[in-house]
Ligand binder design. Structure first.
Ligand SMILES: [Zn+2]
Length: 287
């Protein structure tokens, strides 16, 4: 898919972006598209990755960057915040898209972060340097918070550079950060650590009246590859082998418990049902 087509899709008002999970309303939002390449896949022949994705090595592969609004019990939550204007010009649409959904960012009560990487947390801070969500509490898993916040330099430039960005983007939220453990943190909203991509990378599970859906952050970057071959990792993962174990565990859980997917990097709006396919998994779009 070309960038222009992808962008059209993310903004297409005819796409139904609203789902009900029991009593909880889930609205898909999009920050835009992020350029990537099939070369990021590790542990698989590049020719096979090209075949599965339809993208050639060296070519740009566009990934959607999705966020999800949750409306429950008179409260409004947001899972992940996009990249604002500090990553790629093809990102930074979330604030406009929230307003299109008639959600005033000042009325967001909770921000739930899957992890502290640029395309998921830069959007905490606006173009003017002020917090985008002035009244929200920000929920971060204790393992992710412990790794990035007030951490010592590690000598790994990928980590140390991001630590500085974490500091900058959380500065104005310091007294509103809620560091949480696995389990329910708000009525019908639970967090589950699925580490590997980052040490405290977490999924947010929405559950109500016997229905559930999971926003799994960066558990899957290349759906056509990593669903069938869960062992395939990417250069984005800090600990690929651990991430692969988390991927299989979460996908197994989705099938066993009938949990639908809200995919951060699945094609917008990212609603999908996980099914078993051979040794691996597949999707049925959507739910
Ligand atoms: Zn990501």
């Amino acid at each position: 898919m070309t960038a222009a087509k992808f962008q059209d899709r993310s903004l297409d008002p005819s796409i139904n972006r609203v789902r009900k999970v029991g009593d909880i309303e889930v609205v898909a939002c999009c920050d835009g598209i992020l350029p990537s390449r099939v070369d990021v896949a590790l542990g698989i022949d590049i020719a096979e990755t090209e075949r599965l994705t339809g993208v050639k090595a060296g070519e740009t592969m566009w990934m959607s960057v999705n966020e999800y609004i949750l409306k429950f019990g008179g409260k409004t939550g947001l899972i992940d915040t996009g990249a604002a204007d500090r990553m790629y010009p093809s990102l930074g649409l979330l604030m406009d898209n929230l307003r299109k959904e008639n959600v005033d960012p000042a009325t967001i009560d909770y921000v739930f972060l899957t992890h502290l990487h640029p395309d998921h947390m830069y959007g905490l801070v606006g173009k003017d340097g002020a917090p985008n969500f002035p009244n929200a509490e920000v929920f971060i898993h204790e393992k992710e918070a412990g790794f990035w916040i007030d951490a010592r330099p590690t000598g790994n430039p990928k980590v140390d550079g991001n630590q500085k960005q974490v500091e900058r983007h959380l500065r104005d939220y310091r007294d509103r950060i809620r560091v949480v453990k696995d389990g329910e943190v708000a009525p019908g909203v639970s967090v589950m650590c699925c580490p590997g991509h980052s040490p405290g990378h977490s999924a947010w599970i929405v559950h109500s009246r016997g229905q559930s859906a999971i926003m799994w952050g960066d558990l899957i970057h290349l759906p056509n590859v990593q669903m069938a071959h869960t062992e395939v990792t990417t250069t984005y993962d800090l600990d690929g082998a651990m991430g692969a174990r988390s991927r299989r565990r979460i996908l197994d859980m989705c099938v066993a418990d009938g949990i639908n997917a809200l995919g951060a990097h699945l094609e917008f709006p990212g609603f999908a049902r996980v099914v078993r396919r051979g040794e691996g998994f597949g999707f049925e779009f959507d739910f």
